[in-house]
Design a protein around this ligand. Structure first.
Ligand code: ATP
Ligand code: MG
Length: 573
């Protein structure tokens, strides 16, 4: 492919809202163009990368035994009503105006409902299972804040797969296959990733793994040990229990006047204690009954962990009037002493001594509060978020890093099949809902994550597997016939051996062309110029390092192929 026949509108102009490197570089390299907020056109260079990623994903899905199909983006809203997800999706679900279609229609943000509708139409016996359907298709989500270029958009390409099994063992096997396929996809795409235990919703039981790439552009937090032996997302991360500090003498319980001081900060500064010396009492409601969480004043309650500890599907904050009624005090003065409610204390609270906490009396707190003497801890669990300074249960320090989710595998169970009555007959002729898993991977995010993970000041450094071209031949002196003949010959030879080659035949200054070469990040560059040819050489260089290899023109193809092998991580032939 000749540059002048192709279309790469590189530019220095970067919009002010492009702050993350992948967004800036994709625009500068002429790969994408924003059409409206959260919706991008993929220009030819960007499109080629998407195609390469798509191919890898498709190959690995096929290898794992999944079968590809195509589902529509237009969904009848009734399918979403069957599973109750119209509400659950909220604003994210894009509804088309009623008048466009006879019945309500939405744009698919994901396809559990549609695939389950297909499954219930065709799958009737355990003998047809297991089966894993996948598609590579555009999703629509009205994200509240589309941002960071193609990392979070309203329209994006996802590979989504859905497995159907007759029993839990079947699901486990389907899930393991997808897990392995995902690892291969990221490895092949050259992405340094972490497979992270994720929160799978309350009640627990089912596995869920998020695949994360470390990046400042990410919106999630990865919590891990230095050696990576432990990693979890922040929602799920479990800090080791805090050690018993060894008690100074137990102080007497003392009521102190704290008028108008309702926050941890206010009370700790008024009483001259640290937030860590306070017990934070947070009141939730469970079916109009109080459910009270106790965490250390400097810790944050994790509602998903609390719900799991309480054995409920989710927790809901109590209203101010409920709080006043249950604590006999205004909001801001609750505490565990004398409180008649179900209380779950965080593990860190169980090792506190002489704590400060609300007195269940407006404008009063207690000092010298000790569990066991002043109130009883009947239930304790890990119900807080891990924090800097926490350790893993192995004793290693926990590290917190920003990351982005590039994929997710999830054991769904019978949530959708039960709601939509997608039953099959089991070995005993009994109808039961199929057991589902779902597996999603964001293709655009893989592209952006690869750039986030691999770039320098000059531009992108593509992993060769997803690079738009593997080789860039930069012809200097394009009006020199000999230069163009050598460049074209090399282009043809390499192309014939199956490599995708771009030939920069633009009549521009060398510096300008080298800048563009670095920007678009093609892994291997060959420079053919008049002066070099006079000396009997062309220059071969990898984008990822500065080293320039000078080789005779007739050795260039071999030199390039060796570097391609090296870039592919295989031993050079
Ligand atoms: P996030 O928490 O980032 O919103 P999600 O949990 O909503 O992601 P899933 O519904 O599991 O994501 O979708 C599967 C994959 O699709 C994600 O792992 C991600 O790679 C990709 N993805 C999700 N939302 C977007 C988006 N708005 N733009 C681009 N890719 C997305
Ligand atoms: Mg989302």
């Amino acid at each position: 492919m000749k540059w002048t026949d192709f279309f790469i509108p590189t530019t220095k102009e970067v919009p002010a809202d492009a702050v993350v490197p992948s967004h800036q570089l994709m625009i500068r390299a002429g790969m994408i163009r924003q059409i409206t907020a959260g919706s991008y056109a993929y220009l030819p260079l960007g499109f080629r990368v998407m195609q390469k990623i798509t191919l890898i994903v498709r190959e690995e899905m096929d290898r794992a035994g999944a079968v590809e199909l195509g589902m529509p983006a237009l969904h009848p809203v009734e399918l979403w009503e069957e599973t109750g997800r119209v509400d659950a999706m909220g604003e994210t679900l894009i509804h088309l105006p009623d008048k466009s279609f006879r019945k309500g229609t939405v744009l698919g943000p994901t396809h559990e409902e549609v695939i389950t509708d297909i499954a219930r139409a065709y799958l009737h016996s355990y003998k047809q299972l297991p089966i894993n359907f996948y598609q590579i298709q555009t999703k629509f989500r009205d994200e509240a804040r589309p941002k960071s270029g193609v990392l979070r958009t309203r329209e994006f390409l996802m590979k989504d797969a859905y497995s159907f099994d007759i029993d839990q063992e079947g699901l486990d096997a389907s899930y393991d296959k997808m897990f392995a396929a995902y690892c291969r996809i990221y490895q092949r795409s050259g992405l340094p990733y972490f497979a992270v235990q994720a929160e799978s919703g309350a009640m627990g039981g089912s596995d869920s793994t998020e695949f994360m790439v470390i990046s400042d552009a990410g919106e999630d937090i990865l919590v891990r040990t230095e050696d990576g032996a432990y990693c979890a997302n922040l929602e799920k991360a479990e800090p080791a229990p805090l050690p018993e500090p060894g008690c100074d003498q137990q102080q007497a319980l003392e009521e102190v006047h704290t008028p108008g001081n309702t926050t941890i900060e206010q009370v700790s500064s008024l009483l001259g204690c640290r937030p860590a010396d306070m017990i934070k009492t947070i009141i939730f409601q469970d079916d109009d009954k109080p459910l009270v969480a106790l965490v250390r004043g400097d810790h944050t309650v994790n509602e998903a962990k609390l719900a799991r500890a309480a054995g409920v599907s989710s927790v809901e904050a109590a209203t101010p009037s409920q709080i006043s009624q249950w604590t006999s005090a205004d909001v801001g003065f609750a505490g565990p002493v004398g409180l008649d409610a179900r209380v779950i204390a965080d593990q860190a609270v169980t090792v506190m001594h002489n704590a400060v906490t609300g007195a269940n009396k407006t404008d009063y707190h207690f000092k010298g509060v000790n569990a066991g003497r002043d109130f009883e801890i009947k239930e304790s669990a890990d119900i807080r978020y891990a924090e800097e300074g926490d350790r893993a249960t192995t004793g290693q320090a926990l590290i917190f890093e920003k990351c982005m989710e590039v994929g997710h595998v999830f054991k769904l169970g019978t949530k959708y099949t039960a709601a939509m009555k997608a039953n099959v007959l089991d070995q005993n002729g009994k109808a039961r809902p199929m057991i589902m898993g779902c597996y999603g991977i964001g293709l655009n995010r893989i592209m952006a994550a690869a750039i986030e993970a691999s770039h320098d000041d000059g531009g992108i450094i593509w992993p060769i597997s997803i690079a738009p071209f593997s080789v860039l031949i930069v012809a200097l002196d394009v009006r020199d016939e000999n230069v163009m003949a050598v460049a074209q010959d090399l282009h043809d030879t390499l192309s014939e051996s199956g490599l995708d080659v771009l030939l920069d035949d633009r009549n521009e200054r060398p510096g300008f062309k080298f800048k563009d070469a670095d920007l678009i990040g093609v892994p291997i560059r060959v420079t053919v110029g008049k002066r070099g040819l006079a000396d009997g050489i062309v220059e071969v260089k990898q984008r990822r390092n500065e080293q320039v290899n000078k080789v005779a023109p007739d050795q260039a193809a071999k030199a390039v192929r060796d570097l391609v092998e090296q870039e592919r991580g295989l031993p050079a032939s």
